[in-house]
Design a protein around this ligand. Structure first.
Ligand code: AMP
Ligand code: MN
Ligand code: MN
Ligand code: MN
Length: 276
């Protein structure tokens, strides 16, 4: 098991545990180096850091930035960022501000599919008023019995082509990489195996990311199968990028990987944490 986890969420975005609870759970499950990476949000880092020092965990300030690239949503994790950096903070605030209007559009899409009251329903799960996201809608839809779990709700209602999907313009890849680097951080392309891209677009994504100053790609993540670990290890090497690893934990029973369940990186990868 890998004692490192560089991607997870708290109640400051769409996770179920507070930043303090995240750190305690990670420590109890054997994580020794941890980054908290809430969506477009850094307000949980201070609390997490305080608890990490008590729990003997090396804590890395992180964030997961929502990006629109070539009509697709990509996520870029920033590691070792400075949460106080003004440019980063302004960029994140701007991304968060678009979420409110998007939530209203998601709710009208669902209403057209016969589901009433989803905006209020999603809000009842929101733990940071600036951070309403699809996960909060998903929890409400599960509560109402529209699907059996969060994963199936996404398939049925919240992904491209489905009634609760709304195309949205997030930050550009260039902005996200720039903000992370401007704050002293390392940009990491999150769960690359999840994006629906053909080979040519994949390579163009990796080339652009590397050229803009991207540092690493997630090789081992809760979103990848073991086959994908090998695929993305090769891509990392080919594009001169380091390899990262993170569970993308959101809450007990809600994520594919819990803390302490990540395997080691495949041979030949240079771990991004060697560069911290
Ligand atoms: P948003 O930023 O509001 O678009 O929400 C993105 C979040 O939704 C991701 O970080 C995941 O937590 C969750 N998510 C996206 N796709 C899926 C899926 N297929 N199954 C479960 N959760 C998903
Ligand atoms: Mn999430
Ligand atoms: Mn993500
Ligand atoms: Mn994530």
């Amino acid at each position: 098991m890998l004692p490192v986890d560089l991607h997870c969420h708290s109640t400051r975005s769409d996770g179920l545990l507070t930043p303090a609870e995240v750190v305690v759970r990670a420590a109890e499950r054997g994580v020794r180096t941890l980054a908290l990476t809430d969506h477009d949000e850094v307000s949980g880092l201070r609390e997490a850091r305080e608890h990490a020092s008590r729990a003997g965990v090396a804590f890395i300030d992180g964030v997961e930035i929502s990006v629109t690239w070539s009509g697709q949503t990509l996520h870029v994790v920033g590691l070792h960022i400075d949460p106080q950096n003004a440019e980063l903070a302004a960029g994140l605030e701007q991304i968060r501000s678009g979420r409110q209007h998007r939530a209203e559009s998601i709710a009208s899409g669902l209403e057209q599919a016969g589901i009433e009251g989803s905006l209020a329903g999603a809000r009842s799960y929101v733990t940071n008023p600036e951070l309403v996201g699809r996960t909060h809608f998903a929890r409400f839809l599960v509560e109402r019995g529209h699907a059996r779990d969060v994963q199936s709700v996404f398939r049925k209602y919240l992904t491209a082509g489905k009634p609760g999907y709304v195309p949205h313009q997030w930050a550009s890849l260039q902005q996200a990489v720039h903000w992370i680097k401007a704050s002293g951080g390392m940009p990491v392309l999150a769960h690359p195996g999840r994006y629906k891209l053909d080979n040519a677009l994949r390579e163009s994504m990796l080339a652009s990311f590397a050229e803009l100053g991207g540092a690493a790609v997630e090789v081992v993540t809760g979103s990848h199968t073991p086959d994908q670990y090998a695929t993305w290890a090769r891509y990392a090497q080919r594009f001169g990028l380091f390899a990262s690893a993170g569970s993308d934990f959101h809450g007990p029973g809600e994520s594919r990987r819990d803390f302490g369940e990540l395997p080691e990186l495949p041979a030949g990868c240079t771990p991004v944490w060697k560069k911290f």
